[in-house]
Write a protein that binds this ligand. Structure first.
Ligand code: CTP
Ligand code: K
Ligand code: MG
Length: 180
């Protein structure tokens, strides 16, 4: 049923959703690209930092373990199974999300977009593709079990909505410079 598929999709992707927000909250400091440019344009830009990437990954993994701790209780409440996260699945989802965001910045800089410029579509789904990819690479059996076609479709539809909502809130709270 639809509600169950969406609930499983959201639950499973929570360790991939949290990293971007944690990076906004805890990011800053030296940029990953060390200020380097290529062809006159920054490689990644000042918005991709070591601290933000580490904080995001750690936060995503921590959330996965938090969900593991309450899995049985929540499954009992809602009346259907929700996946638990083995360490490699948690790392794949969390670090994959950070990697997608970094690759998106690489694409933005190459295409001449300044830091903070929007890139509709890429901004909302970059991290979904890479977190799924890394989950499949690091925890293949787990990922093929959890990411059924309906769940993946639910993720692709629901994630942009969720992403724009949380970023809009972060913008209104003054935590983020742009609402996307
Ligand atoms: N952030 C970080 N490290 C990351 C990702 C994000 O420190 N790996 C922090 C930065 O302070 C960044 C903020 O989170 O400015 C918002 O992230 P994002 O919107 O992805 O970066 P932008 O500054 O908009 O830069 P870009 O155009 O490259 O996306
Ligand atoms: K981004
Ligand atoms: Mg941005």
């Amino acid at each position: 049923m639809l509600a169950e598929t969406v609930a499983v999709a959201l639950w499973t992707m929570l360790p991939a959703y949290i990293p971007n927000n944690a990076a906004v909250l805890f990011g800053g400091g030296p940029p990953i690209d060390g200020g380097r440019t290529y062809d006159g344009k920054r490689i990644l830009g000042d918005g991709k930092t070591w601290r933000g990437t580490a904080a995001g990954t750690i936060a995503g993994v921590a959330v996965a373990f938090g969900l593991n701790a309450v899995d049985a209780a929540v499954a009992g409440l809602v009346g259907f199974d929700l996946p638990t996260f083995p360490l490699l699945a948690a790392v794949g989802l969390a670090f994959g999300a950070m990697l997608g965001d970094i690759l998106a910045s690489l694409v933005k800089r190459r295409s001449g977009r300044a830091r903070g410029a929007s890139f509709p579509g890429l901004d909302q789904l970059d991290f979904v593709a890479t977190s799924l990819l890394l989950a499949f690479l690091l925890a293949p059996a787990w990922a093929s079990d959890v990411f059924s076609l309906p769940v993946v479709l639910a993720i692709v539809v629901v994630t942009p909505v969720l992403h724009l909502t949380t970023n809009g809130i972060a913008y209104l709270l003054g935590l983020k410079n742009e609402p996307y």
